[in-house]
Design a protein around this ligand. Structure first.
Ligand code: MG
Length: 211
């Protein structure tokens, strides 16, 4: 079994990157504004995440997967993220990402930022266009916490040496499971329950907190 000194688990949207990917995909369908409003409500914790995600993904029906190239071009890594991940690796840690967003985008973004391991939802595709449903079990708040625990076990890291960083209400369970839960540029409900609040937009601030 591989052994790492510590584990850092990032949320993707508005944490690892500055965008909400589902909004960028919805733009491809001309539904960006409606989906952005629904995403905001979900991240503030006002609605059930899985129910909200299903209804938002329905809005993506008909978007051609060829549009993902435009989505990828619009992705902006958060300032400081490359420095932070380099520092994690220098100190013998693992950088992981768990996302309520989508593998279809994260599979390109995560390796480009040197992330070691990642997990997200999958969009169902038929004949080259999105069919408006999520494939498989939805990665929700509980799924994010489960991913953190699984990776900690896999890399032989005690939970006390894990850090979770997120901005949304669906990050609270993994922040609670981690040794240190960091609210990054976060929604008010998330800031209130975090161990520590960092931001507004420079992830390099987290380097000082690494074990
Ligand atoms: Mg987020």
């Amino acid at each position: 079994m591989p052994v790492a000194r510590f584990l850092v688990v990032f949320d993707a949207d508005s944490t690892l990157i500055r965008n909400e990917v589902i909004e960028l995909i919805a733009d491809e369908a001309g539904r960006g504004a409606e989906v952005a409003a629904a995403t905001e409500a979900a991240m503030r914790g006002e609605v059930d995440f899985a129910t909200s995600l299903r209804s938002r993904v329905e809005q993506l029906r008909g978007v051609p997967v060829s549009g993902f190239a435009r989505v990828l071009e619009r992705i902006e890594p958060t300032p400081g993220v490359r420095e932070l991940i380099a520092a994690i690796h220098e100190r013998g840690g693992i950088a992981a990402v768990v996302s309520g967003g989508f593998h279809e985008i994260l599979d390109t973004v995560a390796p480009s930022l040197d992330v070691d391991v990642w997990r997200a939802n999958r969009l169902s595709v038929e004949n080259g266009v999105l069919s408006g449903v999520v494939d498989g079990v939805i990665v929700d708040a509980a799924g994010k916490a489960a991913a953190l625990r699984e990776w900690a076990a896999q890399y032989g890291v005690p939970l006390s040496r894990t850090i979770a960083i997120g901005d949304g209400a669906n990050d609270l369970q993994m922040m609670d499971a981690a040794g240190l839960g960091l609210a990054f540029n976060a929604k008010p409900a998330v800031r209130a329950q975090a161990d520590l609040v960092v931001g507004p937009v420079d992830l390099a601030e987290v380097i000082a907190l690494l074990p």
